[in-house]
Design a binder for this molecule. Structure first.
Ligand code: FMN
Length: 275
């Protein structure tokens, strides 16, 4: 079921179910379905033309009202990566990866553009506008992930930037109305620390037709996933635990947000109106 099973179809690897491959398939789907987060990197620098290609892919994502309300900071300085790693609760891959991207919700640029034209920028102080920035930055980052993987590189997103957004803002010299949404390691995967495709919920749990329908059948599909998640954990030498149990622990209290329950106040400190 892992690297050692080359004949398993991409669909089977993703869902660990016996599913017929659709007639229509292509190499783009092969790349998307073989995504796995990579936590072990070789120190090799990226070829110089790789980052521009990754950013061109990011810039090709759709963007709400063409606002393009994201930016990204490429961090290569080892000392800065080490400080960002510390903020992310010492995730070593942030240091080991040759490049660490920090994806930003960037409403500063729109503020400056409004100023340029002598306009007010009241529309930027609403929760809706912040959401637009989150959506835009996320779509851009996911395109960057796929682009990196298309080069045979490994990558992982790092939500740990939100452990201390004010410290990240100081480290990266962010102006008001800019928020480090998450980071992204990119580099050559260390073959000594292979990762594998992690199974996902079956479509019966996530795809509804015409109207929302999370019924008993969908819940049964969710529960059937527990065994597949356990199988993956076993293969990876991870501690075995039902996925449904992990999720219920992850949502059970304010404490389960691990200090991030203050995000609204922090965002307002960073200048966002969130009206
Ligand atoms: C926004 C975002 C933030 C994440 N932050 C972290 C992180 O800080 N550390 C980490 O090890 N994985 C992080 N991940 C990776 C997820 O744990 C991973 O995507 C998930 O377990 C599914 O595994 P896969 O990506 O290998 O399929 C993050 C993923 C996303 C989408």
């Amino acid at each position: 079921m892992s690297e050692f099973s080359p004949h398993i179809s991409p669909l089977h690897k993703r869902y660990r179910q016996d599913l017929a491959m659709p007639e229509s398939w292509n190499e783009t789907l092969d790349i998307i379905l073989s995504h796995r987060s990579v936590r072990g990197y070789l120190p090799d620098a990226l070829a110089p033309d790789v980052l521009p290609a990754i950013i061109a892919a990011a810039s090709s994502a759709a963007t709400s009202s063409n606002l393009q309300s994201w930016s990204v900071i490429a961090v290569e300085d080892p000392a800065r990566k080490a400080r960002l790693s510390a903020i992310a609760h010492n995730q070593k891959h942030v240091i080991d990866a040759p490049i660490f991207l920090v994806w930003l919700v960037d409403l500063n640029r729109s503020h400056k553009i409004a100023e340029l034209h002598g306009e007010a920028s009241e529309g930027l102080s609403y929760l809706e506008t912040f959401l637009v920035g989150v959506v835009d930055a996320t779509l851009a980052a996911q395109n960057a992930m796929i682009a990196a993987e298309s080069f045979g590189l490994g990558s992982i997103f790092i939500g740990g930037m939100r452990n201390d957004p004010l410290a990240v803002a100081a480290e990266l010299d962010l102006p008001p109305n800019v928020f480090a949404l998450f980071g992204q390691c990119i580099g050559k995967p260390d073959p000594a620390r292979p990762s594998d495709v992690k199974p996902r919920l079956p479509k019966e749990a996530v795809l509804f037709r015409e109207q929302y329908g999370f019924d008993e059948k969908a819940m049964a599909a969710v529960q059937a996933y527990d065994a597949r998640a356990r199988e993956f954990q076993r293969e990876q030498g991870m501690r075995e635990q039902d996925w449904t149990r992990q999720i219920s622990k992850r949502v059970n209290s304010e404490a389960s947000l691990d200090g991030r329950h203050v995000m609204r106040q922090v965002l307002m400190q960073l200048g966002f109106g969130l009206k």
